[in-house]
Design a protein around this ligand. Structure first.
Ligand code: PLP
Length: 390
């Protein structure tokens, strides 16, 4: 068949129908699969026959989700996981051995920082957290045991941008595996593999679900590179449930439409916040005032649905603002059809020290908005009235 465009792939990619010819894919709620005979069982276990054995290893609903997501990211293969953090940990655990080292951007999701600082060191796996905007500082961190470079862009929560092409050049030169958490953008907005990344991770809980219903994650890239990660995940069990995979697969059908609408609303809100007298700064990847605007327009099709800003008056005014929002939800999630506001310093990034937060550009007054799909005028009215509270 002729190569399909992104939106068509999102809608049309599916596994073949079963003997019933159903139009909508069924959910394969089964833990095991029946073998035809002893020989069939043997051949599946040795890998001579590529077929399902047990749902911790593989499941048709999970395979369909991965088939679709991999086609959208331009990846050869993928692994479904129970959450985004299972994808993050599975990647580290699959690729790194005791004594290994890696480089990571210091602007990362709070739980990822906890894994790097508090869990991986138990196996003597260490990381250098670098300033992603200062490439000159990266080379001196490389040791003989450095294996990979890990980053998020846009960063969580303050939407700094990292030039993927630049990191890829650095990784190729130094033989490092480049791993990108793409959950803030989604594959509609940005496809890191095109810019030279080796592995892309997702918290599918975010834009891929899009309606805050299910946890899930994914690891995508070349089959050969994924092999040790697949082995780790199959043996240790962070498997994606077939039900969640089905929900996520269905959600991917509307990803392009949703991301365009999220991005349109978010850009408009960012523009209005930028000229509001009670706002110190706004960061949005497609806003010309973003310090890395040229990177944003180069590697991101649209600016995405996330906006960060700093309210004048620090923590106190920030909390007041959150308490006076009427329509926005205060929820520890993002990428939902409903708009969400978060105060990172006291929630998602509270486990970091103030110094670590400032190194990642998270000030006490920073607010993170996940702009939803409501009418943009209703979103603005809510923000405006909450900003004005004394
Ligand atoms: N990566 C980023 C950038 C996130 O924002 C999150 C969650 O907020 C995760 C990973 C973890 O995903 P999950 O909550 O699905 O484990």
């Amino acid at each position: 068949m002729k190569k399909q465009r992104f939106q068509t792939k999102a809608v049309r990619t599916k596994v073949e129908s079963s003997q019933y010819g159903e139009f909508s894919s069924p959910i394969y709620m089964t833990s095991g699969y029946q073998f035809e005979d002893a020989e069939d069982a043997r051949a599946r276990f040795t890998g001579e026959k590529d077929d399902n054995i047990y749902s911790r290893y593989s499941n048709p609903s999970v395979s369909e989700f991965i088939l679709k997501l991999a086609s959208l990211e331009g990846a050869e293969d993928g692994i479904g996981t129970s959450s985004g953090m299972a994808a993050v940990f599975g990647t580290f655990a699959g690729l790194l051995n005791a004594g290994d080292h890696f480089i990571a951007s210091r602007s990362l999701f709070g739980s990822t920082v906890s894994v790097i600082n508090q869990i991986l060191p138990r196996w003597n796996i260490t990381a250098s957290l670098v300033d992603p905007s200062n490439p000159d500082s990266w080379t001196s961190q490389i040791t003989t045991r450095t294996k990979l470079f890990y980053l998020e862009t846009p960063t969580n929560p303050v939407l700094d941008l990292i030039d993927l092409e630049l990191v890829s050049e650095f990784c190729k030169k130094n033989k490092l595996i480049m791993v990108v958490d793409n959950c803030f953008a989604s594959p509609y907005v940005q496809q890191p593999l095109i810019w030279g990344a080796d592995i892309v991770l997702h918290s599918a809980t975010k834009y891929i679900d899009g309606q805050g219903r299910s946890m899930g994650g994914a690891i995508l890239g070349k089959s050969e590179l994924l092999e040790p990660i697949r082995f780790f995940c199959r043996q240790t069990g962070p498997a994606l449930s077939p039900f969640n995979a089905w929900v996520l697969s269905k959600s991917l059908e509307t990803l392009p439409v949703r991301m365009r609408a999220h991005s349109e609303n978010a850009l408009e809100i960012a523009k209005r916040l930028e000229v509001h007298p009670l706002v110190n700064w706004v960061k949005y990847p497609h806003l010309p005032s973003h310090p890395a605007y040229s990177v944003g327009v180069k590697q991101m099709k649209t600016g995405g649905g996330m906006v960060a800003f700093e309210i004048k008056g620090g923590v106190e005014q920030g909390r007041k603002f959150l308490d006076h929002l009427k329509m926005f939800s205060l929820v520890a999630n993002l990428g939902d059809s409903r708009s969400i506001a978060t105060h990172p310093a006291s929630t998602t990034h509270s486990k970091l020290s103030e110094q670590e937060r400032l190194a990642a550009n998270i000030t006490n007054g920073s607010i993170r908005l996940s702009i939803g799909l409501e009418d943009v005028e209703d979103i603005w009215e809510d923000l405006q009235q909450a900003l004005q509270q004394k």
